[in-house]
Design a binder for this molecule. Structure first.
Ligand SMILES: Cc1cc2nc3c(=O)[nH]c(=O)nc-3n(C[C@H](O)[C@H](O)[C@H](O)COP(=O)(O)OP(=O)(O)OC[C@H]3O[C@@H](n4cnc5c(N)ncnc54)[C@H](O)[C@@H]3O)c2cc1C
Length: 291
């Protein structure tokens, strides 16, 4: 079987699992400076699935594509340390404030620029926006079949893939011809750890914007070792309609983010009767604890 070209969609996210009191700014927006920026957890599961296919089929390449500010190149390096072959940083002020529609549009145009691919693997959901919309939207924009909630992805010899999906009531096996987009859940295997040899190889890898303030020696090093340059696409590098980008292209505006800290003011004993459970649900919805 010929090697596959796999693109992994990965997002750099604020680590919302350790939200401290300074996580939110007074205007209700996420204080990204106060929260460490991490590789979105389910995108690491997605990367692992791509790397397992690379282990399985010689000649397979794994490219990490991320849209974000220039520091998002950190997660491309993280992917290179774990076995990815290269990365593309899609970064431009024009993409700022993008909702999922504008994000998936910009990403799909960047994928068209990358050109050939057999499979796109995304995480099911990002831990900050939490919409799980970008993967399916990218598939739609590229006219690809999509398989979501994947727990295991296996490339079959006849140019198809077999995917085991984790559903509420069990698992389901699906086969699909390539090309295809797959979203991976956290119930899939964890990503392999960094490889020491790959850290040594890629620790000096920088994106084009990061090389702006580097020395002549470094530029020479990059010329000698082209794999150290992380490709960067700005709005001028991809074919786009400006009205579909950033805030302009975003029908959804995040008006306010409220950090709800649940404090147990009182305890309540109840019997598991339908009525009592019904009343409790109504109470929790009315107090915005759920729903
Ligand atoms: C608290 C909060 C609430 C939000 N609510 C909404 C909302 O209701 N509707 C809306 O349209 N937007 C919303 N947004 C904006 C939304 O977060 C951004 O549009 C974001 O870029 C994509 O959506 P998501 O974070 O939900 O990602 P998801 O759709 O959950 O991401 C799914 C997968 O897509 C890929 N992916 C997502 N973003 C990127 C990226 N930048 N680069 C590469 N791959 C990526 C990853 O593989 C990821 O696992 C919200 C943002 C915040 C912080």
């Amino acid at each position: 079987m010929k090697g596959l070209k796999i693109i992994v969609l990965a997002k750099q996210v604020p680590d919302t699992r350790n939200v401290g009191k300074d996580a939110m700014k007074a205007d209700g927006t996420v204080n990204r400076a106060a929260l460490p920026a991490i590789f979105n957890p389910e995108d690491l599961n997605a990367l692992e699935q791509a790397l397992e296919i690379k282990d399985q089929i010689p000649g397979t390449t794994v490219t990490i594509l991320t849209m974000g500010p220039s520091r998002a190149s950190e997660i491309i390096r993280e992917g290179l340390y774990r076995g990815a072959d290269d990365g593309v940083l899609l970064t431009d002020r024009a993409f700022a404030g993008s909702d999922t529609l504008a994000t998936s549009y910009a990403i799909s145009q960047a994928i068209r620029k990358i050109g050939e691919y057999d499979m796109i693997v995304a995480g099911r959901q990002a831990i900050d926006g939490d919409t799980a919309q970008v993967g399916p939207q990218v598939a739609e924009k590229l006219g690809l079949p999509q398989i979501t909630y994947a727990e295991k992805v296996v490339a079959e010899s006849d140019g198809k893939i077999k995917v085991t999906r984790r559903l509420e009531n069990g698992v389901e096996d699906v086969t699909c011809p390539l090309p295809v987009l797959v979203t991976v859940t956290s119930s899939a295997p964890d990503c392999r750890t960094r490889n020491a040899k790959l850290i040594m190889k890629y620790k000096h890898a920088l994106s084009v914007s990061e090389t702006q303030n580097t020395s002549e020696d470094y530029i020479q090093l990059c010329n000698d070792r082209p794999y150290l340059t992380i490709r960067e696409f700005t709005v001028n590098d991809i074919d786009t309609d400006a009205s579909q980008l950033g805030l302009t292209g975003s029908p959804t505006k995040v008006k306010n983010i409220e950090s709800i800290v649940l404090q147990a003011k009182e305890a309540k004993k109840m019997t598991p009767s339908d009525d009592e459970i019904d009343n409790l649900m109504k109470e929790l919805i009315a107090s915005h604890v759920i729903g």
